[in-house]
Design a protein around this ligand. Structure first.
Ligand code: MG
Length: 254
């Protein structure tokens, strides 16, 4: 009997260890903090692949003339993306010398790479424009047969709902803003929460609540070792970081 209990305890330890090993690493804006790379550059996506990340995150905007482009801020070098023409946005240079990529270029590059695409649609001022962005993204992704390799994230509640409404059933869609409970996310049809790690530290029971609801938990943007360790210890499924190699090292040491 005692032997049976020990065996069961051992199995629990093994499964807990396996769970920790399975923490997924997402490179925030690609793996940019390395030679020759830049945030949201094509190179950053390639670099994320080169170190074996689970996913590579990037940010998407729709220009005034309906072209999807990859960039974090609403402006680049004084050009306001949402209200500017694509030719003016795409002429802008990133820190590594690349031009601002189109989403098409980004998706095309990903076809030869392994990381899952973690596409963040930025919250647009014009919500009609934002809905057009959702539909245009889904069209490009479908045309490249990438639907099984992409996850959507957004701070916009409207875009969150529109991705759930328009994407193929089962497409993972995560909400970033941190103001909805796991139950609310579940009721809206989301795949999980993708919240700032400080939100999770304030509401650590949300992690177990998500798992009980079959939702996944992603934490952003976790760059310090102690915060990574907290997330790993508390069962966060996916960690988005600017330091993917540090996180991979910590997971290997577990
Ligand atoms: Mg982002």
């Amino acid at each position: 009997m005692k032997k049976g209990i020990i065996t069961f305890a051992s199995l629990l330890m093994i499964s807990a260890s396996a769970f920790a090993q399975m923490t997924c690493v997402v490179a925030h804006r690609g793996y940019w903090d390395t030679d020759g790379s830049a945030q949201n550059s094509i190179r950053a996506l390639v670099k994320a692949d080169s170190i074996g990340c689970y996913g590579s995150e990037f940010d998407v905007w729709l220009t005034a003339d309906k072209k999807l482009v990859v960039n974090h801020d609403a402006d680049i070098n004084g050009v306001h993306i949402e209200t500017s023409k694509a030719k003016d946005v795409l002429a802008q240079k990133l820190r590594n010398g690349e031009n601002v990529p189109t989403l098409e270029q980004y998706l095309d590059q990903s076809l030869s790479l392994k990381p899952r695409l973690i596409l963040e649609l930025k919250a647009h001022q014009d919500k009609k424009h934002e809905e057009e962005a959702v539909l245009a993204i889904l069209k490009l992704v479908k045309a490249r047969n990438l639907e099984a390799n992409i996850e959507y994230i957004t701070f916009s509640k409207e875009a969150f709902q529109n991705f759930i409404k328009y994407a193929p059933k089962g497409t993972p869609v995560f909400y970033l803003s941190g103001d909805l409970s796991p139950r609310e996310i579940k009721e809206m049809g989301g795949a999980g929460i993708d919240y700032h790690y400080k939100v999770l530290k304030k509401n650590p029971w949300w992690i177990d609540e998500c798992h009980a609801l079959n939702l996944r938990v992603n934490a952003w943007t976790v760059n310090k070792e102690k915060d990574m360790q907290w997330c790993i210890k508390h069962g966060v499924d996916i960690i988005t970081t600017n330091a993917p190699e540090l996180l991979q090292q910590l997971l290997l040491e577990k």
